[in-house]
Ligand binder design. Structure first.
Ligand code: PMP
Ligand code: GLN
Length: 402
């Protein structure tokens, strides 16, 4: 048999699926893959359920049902003062995952360079490579994940076509500052590039941090494709409804990419999401307040157990440094081994952060925990980790004494 597509053959199954399967196998609490263990708003679910029963179950329009495109435009205006024509500048996709691929397809030709920022979400790199484009990676460093401006400037050059970046950022919890975005905007304008802005966690920011879409900066409206996700904004990750806002000059190519990927997205879910995006401000504020409380609960507990807890300003995730626990635990492995050990022994699952890096030299002592879970579940996960650390550290001490 002839070899199949070499890029896909060389890509492993996504870490989220691998760790979720391991969690099921070991009966572990899954703080790995980022999905809430509670349902989204009832009115959104009711609207989608009712929509199944009113006879609009055939192919919806290619770029999305009018209700949702209008709701996306209204949401952009309400939260960011961003004006977009719902008929020419909004495209609905089957999840942000499809949106990211569609936006990359819309602008990249083989041989074009695309700047990516590590740590990065796991679909970015394979898709850029599948399109024949050349990734140029820039790395953020813990614990503050500040934008390395000189490295970023050096990554842009005459072949740069686009940058794909994520704020609020998975897995770091970073929220790009206005100054960082202004620096990025300068580079994008100077090099005549496009920006694909993965903003799926736009409403999940904490401690007064607010999300700023790059698209709202001067000169950026025509260059940005801004991506949102109903999965995150309405705690309905299984729905896979994403939405892109971009200038009318970019929208036709984005729509043609969508036409060749999925063509349309289930109409009832789109109509539910339209109801969601029109919810009052209190809903959006409540979403971040409730997640902030979950973040605080998990961060405090992990710190008490002995993890180094990095600051989370946005997203569903806390990144922890497990080095302080290594000596007491007698543990010498890397993050993959650590996440496996806590899944198998403590019965709590996390994601090894090296999964978000392209190369082997990534920092190997960070584990990502998701806090979008019920309080009792977070407490039980912490109790399990505490008991595991105590028992394993106790055995270590006994062994050392013997
Ligand atoms: N981008 C980032 C940074 C994410 O964490 C996720 C998580 N699901 C996605 C995109 C994909 O979103 P969706 O589920 O809407 O495809
Ligand atoms: N975005 C989610 C995470 O980072 C997972 C999405 C997926 O499983 N593909 O955990």
């Amino acid at each position: 048999m002839q070899p199949q597509n070499s890029l896909l053959s060389a890509t492993g199954t996504t870490i989220f699926t691998v760790m979720s399967a391991l969690a099921v196998q070991h009966g572990a609490i899954n703080l790995g893959q980022g999905f809430p263990d509670y349902d989204g708003p009832e009115d959104v679910i009711d609207a989608a359920a009712a929509a199944l029963r009113d006879g609009r179950n055939q192919y919806p329009p290619l770029t999305g049902v009018p209700e949702l495109r209008q709701a996306v435009a209204a949401h952009n205006r309400r939260f960011y003062g961003l004006e977009a024509d719902p008929n020419a500048e909004v495209i609905v996709t089957s999840g942000a995952t499809e949106a990211i691929t569609a936006c990359l397809m819309a602008v990249l030709n083989p041989g074009d360079e695309c700047v990516l920022i590590e740590p990065l979400y796991d679909t970015y790199l394979p898709v850029v490579k599948l399109l024949g484009a050349i990734p140029r990676l820039v790395r953020l460093s813990p614990p503050d994940w500040a934008l390395p401006r000189a490295d970023l400037a050096a990554a842009f050059g005459p072949k740069t076509k686009a940058i794909l970046f994520n704020t609020p950022m998975n897995p770091t919890g970073k929220v790009f500052t206005g100054a960082e975005l202004a620096f990025l905007a300068d580079l994008i304008a100077k090099h005549d590039c496009y920006a694909i802005c993965d903003e799926v966690y736009e409403h999940l920011t904490f401690d007064g941090w607010t999300h700023i879409p790059l698209m709202t900066l001067p000169g950026m409206r025509e260059r940005c494709m801004r991506i949102g996700s109903a999965g995150k904004t309405f705690s309905l990750t299984g729905w896979k409804v994403g939405y892109i806002t971009c200038d009318r000059s970019l929208a036709p190519n984005v729509a043609k990419a969508h036409q060749n990927l999925t063509f349309t997205t289930p109409p009832n879910l789109q109509r539910g999401v339209a109801v969601g995006l029109m919810k009052d401000d209190a809903y959006f504020a409540g979403l971040s307040t409730s997640l902030q409380a979950r973040r605080d609960r998990l961060a405090k507990g992990l710190a008490e157990i002995g993890f180094g807890v990095l600051e989370t300003r946005g997203s569903y995730f806390i990144t922890t440094d497990f080095r302080p626990l290594m000596a007491p635990l007698g543990f010498n492995g890397d993050d993959v081994a650590f996440c496996r050990a806590i899944t198998e022994e403590a019965k709590v699952t996390a994601i090894p952060v090296t999964a978000f890096y392209a190369s082997q030299d990534a920092p190997g002592h960070y584990a990502r925990f998701a806090f979008c879970k019920g309080e009792a579940v977070l407490d039980e996960a912490l109790a399990r980790l505490r008991a595991w650390v105590a028992s394993r550290a106790g055995r270590q001490l006994t062994a050392a004494a013997g």
